[in-house]
Design a protein around this ligand. Structure first.
Ligand code: C6P
Length: 410
């Protein structure tokens, strides 16, 4: 039987184009992944056949649409092995999911004297919402250090930092700048010992590896559809049922109430409590389709593929003069991040674009981490299911051309 891997690039129509007269080499997958035909078709089919508002109508289209929307919720719940679909709340993505937890759970449960534990490698989306809730409640922020250029969490500091005052421990699964894969199950187990609630930012892991929230033992997990071969504007928050049911709403309005009077209202349970207004049901259907697509490839196989490319790129790039690679030299997620001593990241990315290669250069929404490493920016190449070894050749050749232009060749 043919494997979907055999013709993987044909599944992604966008890849078949030239950029600046060269075949496109798309290595900006950590920013957003491309979309396969099956996901585009699922969205098209939904709008062409089933579109109607959900949870409101008694007519056929509305009931069909509601079934698709709730089916997508069940599909996402199964994808992460949640106990029940009600533990999945649809949001706009990782950022909104974390804002929901910080504002709703944090606002209701944190007070002066409590500690919010984060890590130095957090994306702004898992940092700023906690700063704001700390200011609102009087709680204190604490950061688990990163070891240096190898970019690991300093687990030896955890015992000292994970005190009973820590009420919540929020950390990323895979760093979008370092490529580090954090030992999330171990972090959750250690947090549980002091009674801290755990929040995992899975933006960079959800599309790249198997994720089982029950095996990991987390309380919350946030992710975005557009980083897992799905469309923009949809993502999810997983939360343990008991915690969700005890949380106040994040936004209020239609759809999330059980009764409204002129002066007070009652809320529905999760997930409706956290989905005020008309939800993004069409894109949720596309998210369900991307779960099917990723499972057809096999998520363990995706992890091996992306990790292998990232390690190969790391080893090839390490031979270039004046390069500083950050993140672990061994096992890593599907990205590499580096800086040249004498060429700014934006110049590197601009030269690469001339060669048809899409990279990202900048601070990657990781300003505190950059400061910690004494950097202002890096170049990042990030891989996904359709990338091939020959694209690493193109990447390295482009870097050599850039270095030669600046008179820095070996
Ligand atoms: N990182 C990158 O190029 P949103 O924007 O809500 O879909 O995801 C935010 C986010 C949260 N956590 C991590 C670890 C992330 O990498 C991201 C998004 C993109 O690295 C855009 S800055």
């Amino acid at each position: 039987m043919p494997s979907p891997w055999d013709r993987i690039r044909d599944e992604f129509p966008i890849l078949n184009q030239q950029v600046n007269g060269r075949p496109l080499v798309y290595l900006d997958n950590a920013a957003t992944t491309q979309k396969p035909r099956t996901v585009i078709a699922a969205l098209d089919r939904f709008y062409a056949q089933d579109n109607a508002n959900v949870h409101r109508g008694l007519h056929a289209l509305s009931m069909r649409s509601t079934n698709h929307y709730e089916g997508a919720r069940a599909r996402v719940a199964a994808f992460i092995n949640a106990e029940a679909p009600e533990e999945v709340i649809f949001t706009r993505g990782t950022t909104e999911s974390i804002n929901l937890v910080a504002s709703s759970w944090g606002g209701a449960n944190l007070r002066k004297g409590d500690v919010i534990l984060l890590t130095e490698m957090e994306h702004h989306s898992n940092l700023v919402p906690w700063q704001v809730v700390a200011q609102r409640t009087g709680a204190t922020l604490r950061y688990l250090p990163v070891t240096g250029d190898e970019g690991l969490l300093d687990l030896s500091a955890l015992d000292r930092m994970l005190t009973p005052e820590v009420k919540v421990f929020a950390f990323t699964h895979v760093s979008n700048t370092l490529g580090t894969i954090n030992p999330v199950a171990e972090l959750c187990a250690r947090a549980r010992k002091v009674g801290a609630v755990t929040v995992i930012d899975a933006a960079q892991s959800i599309g790249h590896m198997p994720i089982d929230v029950r095996a990991i033992g987390c309380d919350f997990l946030a992710f975005s559809g557009h980083k897992m071969a799905s469309v923009t504007g949809i993502g999810a928050l997983y939360g343990r049922r008991a915690l969700l049911d005890a949380m106040p709403p994040y936004q209020v309005g239609g759809g999330m109430i059980s009764r409204v009077d002129f002066f007070e209202s009652l809320w529905k349970p999760s997930p409706e409590r956290f989905e005020a207004g008309t939800p993004n049901f069409a894109d949720a259907v596309a998210l369900g389709a991307s779960c099917d697509f990723l499972d057809s490839l096999g998520r363990q196989r995706i992890r091996e593929h992306d990790g292998r490319l990232a390690r190969a790129a790391y080893e090839r790039l390490a031979q270039l003069p004046g390069i500083r690679l950050i993140g672990p030299a061994g096992e890593r997620g599907g990205l590499v991040s580096f800086a040249f001593k004498s060429v700014h990241a934006h110049d590197v990315v601009t030269f690469a674009d001339e060669d048809g290669i899409a990279l990202r250069g900048g601070h990657h929404c990781n300003q505190p981490l950059m400061k910690r490493l004494g950097l202002t920016s890096t170049v990042r190449a990030s891989f996904y299911v359709y990338n091939e070894e020959r694209e690493i050749d193109a990447l390295v050749a482009s870097m050599q051309r850039t270095l030669a232009f600046f008179g820095l060749e070996a």
